[in-house]
Design a protein around this ligand. Structure first.
Ligand code: NAP
Ligand code: GLV
Length: 327
């Protein structure tokens, strides 16, 4: 007998309490693998679904959305929605949910961890000890850079950018930021608005927090990298394609900027032959900035809330294409 519950395609195995919640409300079509569904499977499952619980690994473009004949909601377990063709979803009246806010502090923690790790050479130090190089305390061993008194440039001053600034204030850093729309500097943060070029030229650390859009793709290219100080460190926890990665490889080879610390790369996972991996002055993490137990649970619950709202005909709690409700 056909279930009356809406059918939802869930693109990955999730914690049992999330699966239980989904089962309570939906007829769940679960992709049980730890790897994302391939494109054909994605299309096949979407063609039968009323809703989809997607991750940032699923490329939900126009061609895929077109096959969602009964699709009423797309719920992405991420704040970024660059993996989804929002215009195509809007055209078909499909709201797209995302998970802002709940991951802000955790992601800022990680951006700041990358900043500290690269400034104070944590990865170098661990490798040094494990390689048996630790023979004595030495006045010039593993010297890094101070955070206190240094200038941090924040490109994209939204939720995460501001949370990074809050942390930097506690470290007595000077903060420069840019965003398109001016705002009052948030309480407790002494930050100065500057142009992107000023930030690149004046900062000792530059941290990227813009979403990936047509405007921000390769926002940091060869020209921008050449403006940075030869002592500065670039941190990217936004999206890989915000930086022109080929230009970054060349820039790191030439020593300007001095280092990069990346949670995201232009292709994910990074190709093991990628030249970036041959450079000693870069730290790379596998896109884990929001990866704490508590935050991932909150993100998954928010994605379920968005599905529930969308499949009951209500406005999504967090909607990445609110214009869908104007038509
Ligand atoms: P948000 O609150 O929307 O902030 C984005 C900021 O970027 C806003 O201040 C926005 O201000 C600014 N911006 C957008 N386009 C810009 C442009 N062309 N030039 C300058 N500034 C621009 O988003 P969020 O929650 O902070 O998240 C930011 C991004 O971080 C997400 O979209 C996602 O890609 C990434 N992220 C990554 C991870 C990870 O695991 N690595 C985790 C969470 C988020 P204006 O609109 O005024 O310009
Ligand atoms: C992670 O990258 C997110 O956008 O939530």
């Amino acid at each position: 007998m056909r279930s009356e519950k809406p059918r939802v395609f869930v693109c990955r195995q999730l914690p049992q309490e999330i699966i239980d919640r989904l089962n309570e409300h939906f007829n769940v079509d679960l992709w049980e693998s730890d790897m994302p569904p391939d494109r054909n499977s994605l299309v096949e499952h979407i063609s039968k679904a009323d809703g989809i619980f997607s991750l940032l690994t699923e490329r939900i473009d126009n061609e895929v959305i077109e096959q969602g004949h009964s699709l009423k909601v797309i719920s992405n377990m991420a704040v970024g929605t660059d993996n989804i063709d929002l215009a195509s979803a809007t055209k078909r009246g499909i709201p797209v949910g995302n998970t802002p806010g709940v991951l802000t502090e955790t992601t800022a923690d990680f951006a700041f961890s990358l900043l500290l790790a690269s400034a104070r050479r944590i990865v170098d130090a661990d490798n040094y000890v494990r390689a048996g190089h630790w023979k004595t305390w030495g006045p010039s061993i593993l010297l890094g850079r101070d955070l206190h008194g240094a200038t941090l440039g924040i490109i994209g001053f939204g939720a995460i950018g501001q949370a990074v600034a809050k942390r930097a204030s506690g470290f007595d850093m000077k903060i420069l930021y840019c965003k398109r729309t001016p705002i009052e500097s948030p309480e407790g943060i002494n930050a100065t608005r500057a142009t992107t070029d000023q930030i690149l030229m004046q900062s000792d650390f530059v941290s990227l927090h813009v979403p990936l859009t047509t405007e921000t793709r390769h926002f940091i290219g060869a020209r921008e990298l050449s403006l940075m100080k030869d002592s500065s460190i670039l941190i990217n926890t936004a999206r890989g394609p915000v930086v022109d990665q080929k230009a970054l490889v060349e820039a790191l080879r030439s020593g300007r900027p001095a280092k990069a610390a990346l949670d995201v790369t232009s292709v994910e996972p990074i190709d093991m032959n990628d030249e970036l991996l041959s450079l000693p002055n870069v730290i790379i993490a596998p896109h884990i900035a929001s990866a704490s137990v508590a935050t991932r649970l909150k993100m998954a619950n928010m994605a379920v809330d968005n599905l529930l709202a969308g499949l009951s005909g209500e406005r999504l709690i967090n909607c990445a294409n609110p214009e869908v409700y104007d038509q």
